[in-house]
Each structure stands twice: as structure tokens, then as C-alpha cells.
Ligand binder design. Structure first.
Ligand code: GLA
Length: 556
């Protein structure tokens, strides 16, 4: 990347680094909503709950009695009290035909009391209600239940009238209509209902551009894989598809490697512990897919492991990344909001093996010692830096690692524009850059609205770029010099914004190249999540640059 000439002239010294340059990825932000969906306030941690699909499919056991029993069991088994909240129903709840008003109708054989009554039953137990349809003309089941393509607002309104809190929106029978267009249409319909509804994009990562590159402004989570099956190879292959996608996950927008199989009988208890451990490490939704009232104590205890759940629900929202992987022995690390790091030691091989890493390798150097809490056995021990365990075949040992004493990370100012300097491998604990998203629309005459302000686009392309950082509540002030380089265009214009935990705390207003650079500051005290956004409405995006330069944050 290069510095804009105007900023280069102003800023001297080697520390100047360009953080963000608008880049074309060919993604369309069609008909932007009043606010970007990552600020819709829902799913700040991955959704937890239930979905019937994995154990019922469309068999007759999928009915009102079964779902009510699950809601009751959530309460009686304590699952509600450890965080499971959504009771979601899947495909085959509706009749094959809409009614005379064009509305979906609940199948009276399966759901004689109707959907509103089911939602009321679920809500009366302190739980939330989720429903399913497809972004196509029909859902996925071969019986051909109606989908919402072309009926988005009518169906969203109906779901809101049922008291729906969560929509799983599938991808079958989509008639080849562009996925971003289809999923954005339902996002806008859900917003129009005025009801807060978690929005699950079930596109499976099927088409280009991949859903994880455009999902965050559209939905709260998106399937990254095809359907899971209740066996080891299916489960572990979903993990590895997700391995490279950590940068796309964060509060309000999650990768979804599909629903849990724990309790369905196709894996051993060791394998189910691995399944649950890795879903939590990946900040995946924890949607139980088994018959909850019939769960064995062993499986209930897996699903009720509050230490593992705490990893999934950690407010930092950091999806685990691979530290090392060799011969089926894999080490994952996940940064946590209190400065601890979770480590998963996975053994994919056919026999017991020792899996090892170190405090330095996971990004936690400098401690005089470390406490390792085994989150399954609950044993704790102290180490000087080696993190190692014998792990059974297909097993996973999960440690929560706490640094004891030693040299704390230095206080002071850090370049936000340098990803490496924010990495906890440099001792910065929870302060991490987690994603950088660049989107662009072609010159289509639309505007872009962020945080209630509408920005007119220029004559040519329109782009936005966001970079998000985890601050862990440790930082106070952001200072940045922003500007655009208009060397080849004539109409370049950009807006620079700083957001703290979903609230805008600085806005440059529209800037043109001829105005030169501008220094903006923002108070991010106590904030966990910092987002730098550039909205460029000028022409010649491919040659012009809109840049953060010398962006710094002061932390304790
Ligand atoms: C697709 C989805 C599944 C399930 C079925 C229902 O296959 O990926 O999760 O919803 O449709 O037909």
C-alpha cells in the first residue's frame, strides 16, 4: 500500500503506516438498511439454543408436543440457566400451499395450536422462538413447502406476528437469483417489522463471493458449510472449513459451522466433547440438535459445561486460530476478554498422543508462571511455560491459561494501523485486530447510510472499508490523521468514522483530496470493540486512496 501524497507530505517519520485502502472485491451492498447490521444489537455473543433438524428431519416426531417438551426440558435440566435460549423449528412446519391471503400456514397435523401459540408457550418459559424458511421459491424438503423469495415482507411480517425472535433462512430453490440480493431483501424485511430478530444466513458458503465476505452487514450469522452428519469425519471437516475464517467472526456476526450433534448417538463421548469444545473455541452458535428430554447425563453434562460455554460466550468474540498443526495434532488458541487465553489440544489420530505448545507460542510471553485450568477435568496446575497433555484419540484437552506475574504488557501508545503491533504475540493480551472488510458497489447511483446519516456517492464506484479491534476495556483515546489521495480522480470524497461498541464516537465529515489531511480524535474509554470505517463516495476508487495514517490508541 502507498501513502496518499497529501498525507506523506504532512507526516514524517517511519512510524507512518497506512491502515486502510479501499479495495474492490466486487461485493454489492444493495439497498443499504438504516444501520449496518453489525450494529443491530443482537447476537453479541453466539446464539445458544435448540434446533430440531438434526434429530427429527421431517419425520412425524417433528411436532408441537416435541418442541414443547424441549422447551420444558430446557428449564428442568438447567440448560436455560446456563445460557441456552432459542428454541428454533426447522423445515416442514408449514403446509405446502399458502392460504388465500398468501400467508404461510402451520401444518395443523404437526402444530394444531399454530405458531403464535407455540411462540407464547416458549416465551412463557423465559425462552425465545425461532422459525425457518428458504430464500427460494420452496424450502429444501422435497415435499415443496413454500419459500420466501418474492414474499419477503409478507413472511417477515407473519413471523413477527408469531413472536419470532430468530429466522433461519435457507438457500434451496433460489432460482439462481444473486445471494446478496436475496439475503439483503429479507434483512430489510426483518428490519421493517420493527421486531428484533436474529438473522441466520443459511447459504452454506455455496456461491462466490463467499458469504463470510459479505455476511456481516447483512445477517448475524452465516453457515460456512453444508449439513453436518452425526459422525466424526463430518464434524471435524466442518471445523477445518472454519479454520481460516476467524477474521470474519465477531460480536453480532458469526461463522456457523452448523448445529450440534451431541446426544444423537453417532459419536463417542470423547468425540462429542471435542465437538462441543471446538464449537466453543470457534465462537460458533451452540444449537443443540438432539432430543433434549431424552439426553443422557453424560451428554447433558457436556452441554452444561459452563467453563466451555464461557469460552463460546466470551464478550471479546474472538474465534480461535491455529497455533500449530502437524500429523493430526492441532493446537488452537482463543483470546479472552479478561486477558486469559483458551488453548485446545486436539488429537485427530487413531491413538493417544501428546499434544504440546508453549505460552509464548499462544501469544502470552513473559509470565513468571502460568495457571492451566483443564476445563473438562477441572484440575488446575502451574507451569513455567510448557502447555502439554496426553490426549486420547479424537479427544481434545482444553485449558484456560492465566499469566501469573512477570512483565506486564507495557502501557502506552500503539499504532492501530499496524496489525502486528496489536497482536497478543507482542504481549498485548486481548487487543487484537480481528477483521478488515472492504466492499465496493459499482457506479449504480445509490447512497449509503451508516448510523442514520446518508452519504451520497460520487460519479463512479462506492466503497467502504472497516477494520475492527478488540480493546479489552484498556484503552482511552484514538488519534488518527485521515485523508484521501485524489491524484487521478476529480471528485474523490470520503468519510472517516470511529465507532466504540456500536456507537459512533468520531466522524470526519466528507473530505476531499483538495482539503488535505485532518486529525480526528475519539474517546474509547472502557470500550471493548473499536471499529474504523471509511466510506468513500468518490470517483476512481481503483486509483484513489482513502487512508488512516498514524492512527494510534493509548492503552493502560
Ligand atoms: C438444508 C439446511 C439444513 C436444514 C434442511 C431442511 O439442508 O442446510 O440445516 O434446514 O435444509 O430441509
Amino acid at each position: 500500500m502507498r501513502l496518499p501524497t497529501t498525507l506523506s507530505a504532512l507526516l514524517t517519520g517511519a512510524a507512518t503506516v497506512v491502515a486502510s485502502t479501499v479495495v474492490s472485491l466486487g461485493v454489492q451492498l444493495a439497498n443499504p438498511a438504516p444501520a449496518l447490521a453489525w450494529e443491530n444489537g443482537l447476537a453479541r455473543t453466539p446464539p445458544m439454543g435448540f434446533n430440531n433438524w438434526n434429530f427429527t428431519h421431517c419425520e412425524s416426531i417433528f411436532n408441537e408436543t416435541t418442541i414443547k417438551r424441549v422447551a420444558d426440558a430446557f428449564v428442568s435440566s438447567g440448560l436455560r440457566d446456563v445460557g441456552y435460549q432459542y428454541v428454533n423449528i426447522d423445515d416442514c412446519w408449514a403446509l405446502p400451499q399458502r392460504n388465500a391471503q398468501g400467508n404461510l400456514v402451520a401444518d395443523p397435523a404437526r402444530f394444531p395450536s399454530g405458531m403464535k401459540a407455540l411462540g407464547d408457550y416458549i416465551h412463557a418459559r423465559g425462552l425465545k422462538f425461532g422459525i425457518y424458511t428458504s430464500a427460494g421459491t420452496k424450502t429444501c424438503n422435497t415435499a415443496g413447502f413454500p419459500g420466501a423469495l418474492g414474499h419477503e415482507q409478507q413472511d417477515a411480517n407473519l413471523f413477527a406476528s408469531f413472536g419470532v425472535d430468530y429466522l433461519k433462512y435457507d438457500n434451496c430453490n433460489n432460482q439462481g437469483v444473486d445471494a446478496i440480493q436475496r439475503y439483503t431483501a429479507m434483512r430489510d424485511a426483518l428490519i421493517n417489522t420493527g421486531r428484533p430478530i436474529v438473522y441466520s444466513i443459511t447459504e452454506w458458503g455455496r456461491t462466490e463471493p463467499k458469504v463470510w465476505t459479505w455476511g456481516a452487514p447483512v445477517g448475524n450469522l452465516w453457515r460456512t458449510t453444508g449439513d453436518i452428519s452425526d459422525n466424526w469425519s463430518s464434524m471435524i471437516s466442518r471445523v477445518h472449513t472454519n479454520d481460516d475464517l476467524a477474521q470474519y467472526a465477531g460480536p453480532g456476526h458469526w461463522n456457523d459451522p452448523d448445529m450440534l450433534e451431541v446426544g444423537n448417538g453417532g459419536m463417542t463421548a470423547t468425540e462429542y466433547r471435542t465437538h462441543f469444545s471446538l464449537w466453543a473455541m470457534m465462537s460458533a452458535p451452540l444449537l443443540i440438535g438432539s432430543n433434549v428430554p431424552n439426553l443422557s447425563t453424560t451428554n447433558l453434562d457436556i452441554l452444561r459445561n459452563t467453563d466451555i460455554i464461557a469460552l463460546d460466550q466470551d464478550p471479546l468474540g474472538h474465534q480461535a486460530t491455529i497455533v500449530s498443526s502437524s500429523g493430526g495434532l492441532v493446537v488452537y488458541r482463543k483470546a479472552l476478554s479478561n486477558g486469559d487465553i483458551a488453548v485446545a489440544l486436539l488429537n485427530e489420530t487413531g491413538s493417544t498422543a501428546t499434544v504440546s505448545t508453549t505460552a509464548s507460542a499462544i501469544g502470552m510471553p513473559g509470565g513468571s508462571s502460568y495457571t492451566l485450568k483443564d476445563l473438562w477435568s477441572k484440575a488446575t496446575r502451574t507451569t513455567s511455560g510448557t502447555i502439554s497433555s496426553s490426549v486420547p484419540s479424537h479427544g481434545t484437552v482444553v485449558y484456560r491459561v492465566t499469566r501469573n506475574g512477570g512483565t506486564p504488557p507495557a502501557a502506552g501508545t500503539r499504532q492501530l494501523s499496524d496489525q502486528t503491533s496489536l497482536s497478543s504475540t507482542n504481549g498485548w493480551g486481548p487487543i487484537e485486530k480481528d477483521r478488515s472488510v472492504n466492499t465496493r458497489t459499482a457506479g449504480d447511483g445509490r447512497t449509503l447510510t451508516i448510523g442514520g446519516t446518508t452519504y451520497a456517492k460520487g460519479l463512479g464506484a462506492h466503497a467502504q472499508s472497516t477494520i475492527t479491534y478488540h480493546l479489552g476495556g484498556r484503552c482511552s483515546t484514538v488519534v488518527a490523521d485521515v485523508g484521501i489521495d485524489d491524484e487521478t480522480g476529480t471528485n474523490g470524497r470520503a468519510v472517516f468514522q470511529i465507532w466504540r461498541d456500536g456507537a459512533k464516537v468520531a466522524d470526519s465529515g466528507g473530505r476531499t483530496g483538495s482539503q488535505g489531511p485532518l486529525r480526528i480524535t475519539a474517546d474509547v474509554s472502557g470500550g471493548n470493540r473499536l471499529l474504523l470505517a471509511v466510506i468513500d463516495g468518490g470517483d476512481g476508487i481503483n486509483s484513489d486512496h482513502a487512508d488512516w495514517a498514524n492512527a494510534q490508541v493509548t492503552c493502560s
